[in-house]
Ligand binder design. Sequence first.
Ligand code: TXA
Ligand code: MG
Length: 370
Amino acid sequence: MKTCYWKLVASSNNAAAHKEAAAFIKAGECIAFPTETVYGLGADGLNEEAVQKIFAAKGRPNDNPLILHISKKETIDQLTTGLNNNAKAIMEHFMPGPITIIVNKSDIVPEAVSAGLPTVAIRWPSHKDAQDFITACGCPIAAPSANISGRPSPTNAQDVLEDMDGKIAGILDGGPCKIGVESTIVDTTEAIPVILRPGGITYEMLTEVLGVVEIDPALHGDPNFKPKAPGMKYRHYAPKAPVYLFEGEATHHLSVCVKEALNKGLTVGVLCDENTAKNLPASEKIYLANWGCDKETLANELFYLLRDFDRTHPDVILAQGVCEEGIGLAIMNRLRKAAGFQIVTLANDVLLLNGREAAMEKLSQLNFIP
Ligand code: TXA
Ligand code: MG
């Protein structure tokens, strides 16, 4: 299939492109489009057959439900049996914006969208072109992130094309996404709202408006808990090389571990801030992803940098964690998943890998560095 391409112009009227792309949606095809978080892979959310094409293009397991995207408040009424006060408060304070709510679904939502669950995920993006495109389609747009399942979400049109060229009807290129990590998902169906996936709207922002907010305990990687968002159980965001995530005090030892890996003759991808980058040895065998000094920049570039490691192909990737305040919670959630929960911490001056001792001289024995 030939994939059509429309270049959108920022803060301008892109109506002709939206209309052409919407015609494909009405014909039951898939179109990739920009949002403020990541690119989405859209299809008519009320057309079961069109929705199936999303699963096929991504290679997505069909037990993983999709988000329905809307472009005006009222559309939600036809998709749900009703909203409670928490859902209404989220809509009022944070929508349109980088947040998704889980609500009880109405009968018109196809089984393929909700993957058999009694609930449906709804998102009203703030991106102007996303809104205008959805309005032009005239239906709710089912859209997951526009990547092949398991790969980092795309935050620019080139990354979408890397995964989707030839598999979908077209792409609206709106340039790089502003936030860079996916929307916050909040389950509003119980008395206390639960964050199923941290994202652009932070835990702190939510508690300020809603009071008590829980975080799905499965997000910490404890295998005793099953994630409530089915998609969170899959290995995700993972570059091909093994990733080790340094958290807390262990981050101060990252540069020493980089040297160890270089001594073993490995090429090393390093994802770190400006200060850590300054302490790294000079070596052609280091592929450095230095994100500077603020977390918003890291959120914005994270998926691009993870994808870049698949272009440079290091033997191993050592990543520096950040504090979990604000957008840090979403960043650490994505990084822990990218690392397959291979986490390096420090206790009493000893490095631990997943809680097991990994003293420097024993790193190779413990397979810390493969
Ligand atoms: O920012 C975003 O949310 C992007 C843009 C394109 O809007 N979309 C996105 O979709 O990240 P996706 O499909 O990659 O992630 C949606 C997540 C999955 O983990 C899925 O399991 C979960 O939402 N989800 C969808 N419906 C659900 C439901 N009814 N109950 C619980 N989790 C649900
Ligand atoms: Mg996704």
